[in-house]
Design a protein around this ligand. Structure first.
Ligand code: ATP
Length: 270
């Protein structure tokens, strides 16, 4: 909801096991997990823990999921907000929300802060692509930069941010000591789609052993979110037909339905 701008969760339920594929990205964030688990081990030798990393990739590819899994694996609290929450916000509110969020995270450190859709606040300054007031957006962005610069070496808060438009971000965000690492989270390939099906079939009662290779081949260009949708939709289709279990045809019907939805969405955009 709009009112709940961020929420804190000690989200120990999400783990790397829930994130299918994305081997490279998981390897990169593993280091962050290690820092969060044992910050003193790194800082005692004079090293500086990274402050932030940018997760870059198309919608629905698991950026939020991966950020939650980092918190889950490290067993640290997860604080999040979405850039789009700042749309239509009154002057001063965005900056104070950012300040509050960082304060809460520091109080509970080690912790993860996750900023989804950072492009909504982090667009290059002076370019008015924001639905709300541009001054307000700049204030919010400046507050974010200030907070990150204000981290001492022992703050032990790592900020992960997600975007599908890294090209529009203000360069100041990518400077050393801010989001100076970029981690790519791409659309899944055939093998990864198979693994994503595996994860999302776990709760589904299937009538037969499904050929995951076949399902993966039916879903080129699908994101992890699309595949999660297919599995859910297949179960609903089967239930509507009073079936006791979900079969291959239900999955194919679900794929058709999702493809239809994706085509409609693209028509509106283009
Ligand atoms: P957006 O850019 O739209 O915010 P995102 O990249 O943050 O998207 P998520 O919100 O993490 O994507 O993904 C949505 C849902 O899709 C997840 O909760 C999960 O159910 C499923 N999903 C996406 N990617 C994967 C994956 N790699 N493995 C398993 N499930 C996935």
């Amino acid at each position: 909801s709009k009112a709940k701008l961020f929420d804190e969760k000690t989200d120990t339920r999400t783990s790397f096991k829930d994130v299918a594929g994305l081997e490279g990205a998981k390897e990169e964030v593993q280091e962050i997990v290690e820092f969060l688990k044992n910050p003193d081990k790194y800082t005692s030798l004079g090293g500086k823990i990274p402050k932030g990393a940018l997760l870059v990739g198309p919608p629905g590819t698991g950026k939020t999921l991966l950020a939650k899994a980092v918190a889950g694996e490290a067993k640290v609290p997860f604080f999040s907000l979405s850039g789009s929450d700042f749309v239509e916000m009154f002057v001063g509110v965005g900056a104070s929300r950012v300040r509050d969020l960082f304060k809460q995270a520091k109080d509970k450190s080690p912790a993860i802060i996750f900023i989804d859709e950072i492009d909504a606040i982090g667009r290059a300054r002076g370019k008015n692509n924001f639905t709300g007031s541009n001054d307000e957006r700049e204030n919010t962005l400046n507050q974010l930069l200030t907070e990150m610069d204000g981290f001492g070496t022992n703050t032990n808060v790592i900020v992960l941010a997600a975007t599908n438009r890294a090209d529009v971000l203000d360069k100041a965000l990518m400077r050393a000591g801010r989001f100076d690492r970029q981690i790519y989270v791409d659309l899944p390939d055939l093998r990864e789609r198979k693994e994503i099906f595996e994860v999302h079939l776990r709760p589904i009662k299937t009538a037969e052993t499904l050929d995951l290779d076949f399902l993966a081949k039916q879903t080129p260009g699908f994101s992890g979110a699309d595949i999660a949708n297919v599995c859910n939709e297949a179960a609903l289709i089967a239930a509507r037909k009073e079936k006791k279990a979900v079969n291959k045809q239900d999955f194919l019907d679900a794929v058709d339905r999702i493809v239809g939805g994706l085509e409609k969405k693209n028509k509106i955009i283009t």
